[in-house]
Design a binder for this molecule. Structure first.
Ligand SMILES: C[S@@+](CC[C@H](N)C(=O)[O-])C[C@H]1O[C@@H](n2cnc3c(N)ncnc32)[C@H](O)[C@@H]1O
Length: 161
C-alpha cells in the first residue's frame, strides 16, 4: 500500500465562547454549559436534511491551535506520560478532534449546540449523528483512565497542548 497525503477542506467553522485553551472543558459535559454555534458553509446545507431529529451529534474537527505533534504526553487527569493514542490529547500526528455535543436547534446552515470543548474558530471536518445502538457499549475497559473518568465532567484545560 502506498502512503499518500490526504487533503480535507473544512466544511464549516465552530463558534465557541472559548477563545483560549486555558479554562476550556477537556471533554463535553452537561455539568458545565458550553453553548456555541456550528456554521456550516452554505454549499453543504443540503446535507443537514433530517439531522434535526437527533439530540446528540459528533463534531469531527481540526485542532488548528495545536502546538506540537507528540507520541507521548502527560494527559489531563494524570501525572505520567501516556502514548498519544491512549489519550484524547490534541497533540496528535493527525490533529483530529471528536466531540459529542447536544444539538439544540438548526436554523438554515447554523446549528446551535451545547457542550463544546472546542476553541472558537475551529475548522469543522464532519458531522455525524450519535446513534446509541452503535455508539454505546457495555463492559468496556478504560485502561489507565480507570477511576478517573468522572473528572472529565468537571476538569478544565491548561495550556499544556
Ligand atoms: C482534550 S481535547 C478533547 C477534544 C475532543 N473531545 C476529543 O476527544 O478529541 C479538548 C481540549 O483541546 C483544546 N482544544 C480545543 N479546540 C482546539 C483547537 N482548535 N486547537 C487546539 N486545541 C484545542 C482545549 O484545550 C480543550 O480543552
Amino acid at each position: 500500500m502506498s502512503m499518500q497525503s490526504i487533503i480535507f477542506e473544512p466544511i464549516g467553522i465552530i463558534h465557541s465562547l472559548h477563545k483560549i485553551k486555558e479554562g476550556t472543558p477537556i471533554q463535553p459535559s452537561r455539568l458545565h454549559r458550553s453553548p456555541g454555534e456550528v456554521e456550516l458553509f452554505p454549499e453543504f446545507r443540503a446535507g443537514l436534511k433530517d439531522l434535526e431529529g437527533f439530540s446528540k451529534i459528533f463534531l469531527v474537527f481540526y485542532f488548528h491551535k495545536m502546538t506540537d505533534s507528540l507520541l507521548e504526553v502527560t494527559p489531563y487527569l494524570d501525572d505520567q506520560t501516556r502514548g498519544i493514542f491512549a489519550t484524547r490529547a490534541p497533540s496528535r500526528p493527525n490533529p483530529i478532534g471528536l466531540s459529542l455535543v447536544d444539538l439544540v436547534s438548526i436554523e438554515s446552515n447554523i446549528l446551535k449546540v451545547d457542550g463544546l470543548d472546542i476553541l472558537d474558530g475551529t475548522p469543522l471536518l464532519d458531522i455525524k449523528p450519535f446513534i446509541p445502538d452503535i455508539d454505546h457499549a457495555e463492559g468496556i475497559s478504560v485502561g489507565w483512565l480507570e477511576g478517573k473518568t468522572p473528572h472529565f465532567k468537571t476538569h478544565k484545560a491548561d495550556d499544556r497542548f
